[in-house]
Design a protein around this ligand. Structure first.
Ligand code: SF4
Length: 330
């Protein structure tokens, strides 16, 4: 039972739901994007593509996915690989933690499920790197389970389609969108419906300047031709200018360290070399920042830092940077 929502727009009734499904599915039959992870009967490759697609452009995933599947053709092959090999194969994708989470998930599936990717979203959600969306996507696209999906594109389409949003940046709360996704999910064509909503959000109902005049839902949509750009750029709660300059670079520097080690001889280098690569200035603040970056990378299992072949407490280390050896994890 899906509880009714508190809104000036009532939930779409049965006949409206049918109309919406029909229009979206017809549009999808004619305009769908051709993507290699669609209509594929291989849950493992669906899982890999879903991890890759998190925060990465489709064009980049199109480029990397075939190479990844050639290198690690199935779950056991990925589970057996070293972390270093996984990080090397992830080169160019960014957000390296996803690679290690994918690797850890493969190892859990081999250890706990005999190498068979579960189809139960509750089990999937317990695996490393799986949130609700990824668990539902893998179960729906990999195992043809009838499950709703909400990601950034679907959330935008369902928000605008069910409520007069007025501003391009306004969205319904995430929990409300999951409820609507469940309500609107067709009984049979759920696979195409989920794919279609993602395509609609990516190509027509875009974040900026949605193309309502080309949208199959314009006659049904309370937001059609009414969305205006949000001219006031607000900072998210708690984000200050100080945070922005301190936090954003750390993520970028982490990526640079891993990228440098991918290309370094033996995938190792000295901390002093990294210091020169990352920072123009040679100061105490930069040294502390480098040690902080290395400590978080070591905590996440991406690098190993040693001094005279022994582990060191990186964050509080007072030894000269030239004596610290940093290696991509093995
Ligand atoms: S009519 Fe416009 S706002 Fe409504 S779903 Fe289509 S593109 Fe989005």
């Amino acid at each position: 039972m899906i509880p009714a929502r508190d809104s000036e727009y009532p939930d779409p009734d049965l006949s409206r739901r049918r109309v919406l499904r029909q229009r979206v599915l017809r549009w999808y039959a004619r305009h769908r994007r051709v993507l290699p992870w669609r209509d594929v009967d291989n849950p493992y490759s669906i899982m890999v593509s879903e991890f890759m697609l998190q925060q990465t452009q489709v064009s980049r995933v199109l480029d990397h996915l075939p190479r990844w599947l050639e290198r690690f053709p199935d779950l056991p092959a990925l589970a057996r690989a070293s972390r270093r090999d996984v990080l090397l194969a992830w080169s160019g994708m960014g957000y390296n933690r996803r690679a290690l989470q994918l690797h850890a998930a493969a190892q859990s599936i081999v250890a706990e499920f005999g190498g068979v990717l579960p189809s139960d979203p509750a089990l999937l959600q317990q695996l490393p790197g799986f949130g609700r969306y990824t668990a539902h996507a893998v179960a729906c696209f990999g195992h043809r389970r009838r499950l709703p999906l909400v990601e950034v594109n679907i959330r935008r389409v369902l928000s605008r389609l069910t409520t007069d949003m007025q501003s391009e940046t306004r969205l319904l709360p995430e929990a409300e969108t999951w409820r609507l996704a469940e309500l609107l999910l067709p009984p049979r064509a759920f696979y195409d419906w989920n794919q279609a909503l993602m395509d609609l959000g990516a190509t027509i109902c875009t974040a900026r300047a949605p193309k309502c005049d080309r949208c199959p839902l314009q006659a049904e949509c309370p937001s059609a031709h009414r969305l205006v750009p949000d001219t006031i750029r607000r900072s998210p709660a708690g984000v200050t200018a100080y945070n922005l300059v301190r936090e954003v670079p750390r993520r970028i520097y982490r990526g640079r360290v891993v990228e440098f080690l991918r290309g370094a001889e033996g995938h190792c280098t000295s901390a002093s070399r990294l210091h020169r690569v990352l920072f123009d200035i040679d100061g105490e603040e930069e040294r502390a920042r480098l040690l902080d970056i290395l400590a978080t990378l070591e905590r996440d299992g991406m690098v190993r830092v040693t001094r005279r072949k022994k582990p060191v407490e990186v964050r509080n280390c007072v030894a000269p940077l030239a004596e610290l050896r940093v290696c991509l994890t093995e």
